[in-house]
Design a protein around this ligand. Structure first.
Ligand SMILES: C[S@@+](CC[C@H](N)C(=O)[O-])C[C@H]1O[C@@H](n2cnc3c(N)ncnc32)[C@H](O)[C@@H]1O
Length: 263
């Protein structure tokens, strides 16, 4: 986990990217004007169990619901990463512009499932995906936190980036309103496969909401390559967490007026 936790903050680059437009987006989407305030609001969703029981869990509060997440330490996907909290905070506080109610949503690299759970609590029909090894714990967390609380029962299923994506998610029958992704770009060898998966799943009307933690240069170049295919809008910039939240949509097919929500 060293590669993941070691942060490459790249302050110069951040400053360069932090344009006036970014500042405007912070105001529009967050109501908080500073990184510190926003980071504090994001982290305030977490709480720790007051009494230690036989099973350890991390507590989160979203949508007025208590969410208990079981982690383990052996796999990246078994740990909850702060990007997931950033994305959940955004979804919860921007329901007027980004309503998930009755929307078809897919999450890539869902890990311990917080984003899937919060999206389901907010009314989405969620397909929660990850590598096979991660699915057991993901299913456990998703069931434990959504059963009897959500309109739609989330579907937990394998999606290994770049593998059999058309067979598992044919474009003719699987059109998603949103693709959600938190902390899926880091030093793994499947960045091209991840790009191809975004490309396959993102149709004309699909929007991608992607929280990215910046660590190392090669991963940053993923953003530049991503920008060649997709329009990219920055929704949050959180230098103190080294996280940015992006919204994206297809360049080649887009007919929808994506400027609306940002206006
Ligand atoms: C850093 S974790 C983030 C987990 C979760 N989104 C969060 O923010 O807490 C990266 C996730 O991507 C998944 N992942 C890594 N490589 C993958 C691949 N080739 N195909 C599908 N998922 C992958 C991991 O299993 C893990 O759940």
């Amino acid at each position: 986990a060293l590669l993941l936790t070691g942060s490459a903050l790249l302050p110069g680059r951040r400053r360069e990217l932090k344009t006036q437009t970014d500042q405007r987006e912070l105001r529009v989407y967050g109501n908080q004007t500073s990184d510190t305030e926003l980071a504090k609001a994001v982290m305030a969703h977490q709480f720790h169990p007051s009494v230690l029981g036989p099973e350890s869990w991390e507590g989160y509060k979203f949508s007025d619901m208590e969410i208990r997440i079981k982690e383990s330490t052996d796999l990246y996907g078994a740990v909850l990463w702060p990007s997931a909290m950033v994305l959940c905070h955004f979804l919860e506080t921007n329901q007027d512009k980004f309503s998930l109610r009755d929307k078809n949503v897919i999450e890539l690299g869902a890990g311990t499932g917080l984003v899937t759970i919060v999206s389901s609590l907010l009314g989405a029909k969620v397909t929660s995906t990850d590598l096979p090894d991660v699915l057991g714990n993901l299913q456990y967390n998703v069931t434990r936190n959504t059963k009897g609380r959500c309109k739609y029962i989330p579907l937990v299923t394998e999606l290994t980036w770049g593998q059999e994506v058309e067979q598992r998610f044919p474009r003719d029958t699987h059109c998603f309103d949103y693709i959600l992704a938190a902390d899926v770009v880091y030093s793994h060898p499947y960045l091209e496969e991840l790009m191809a998966t975004f490309d396959h799943l993102c149709q004309e009307t699909t929007e991608i909401l992607w929280a990215m933690r910046f660590r190392l240069d090669p991963e940053n170049s993923f953003v530049d390559r991503f920008r060649q295919r997709f329009h990219l809008e920055q929704l949050y910039d959180l230098p103190s967490l080294s996280i940015k939240l992006f919204r994206a949509w297809r360049k080649d097919k887009g007919t929808k007026n994506h400027g609306e929500a940002a206006a």
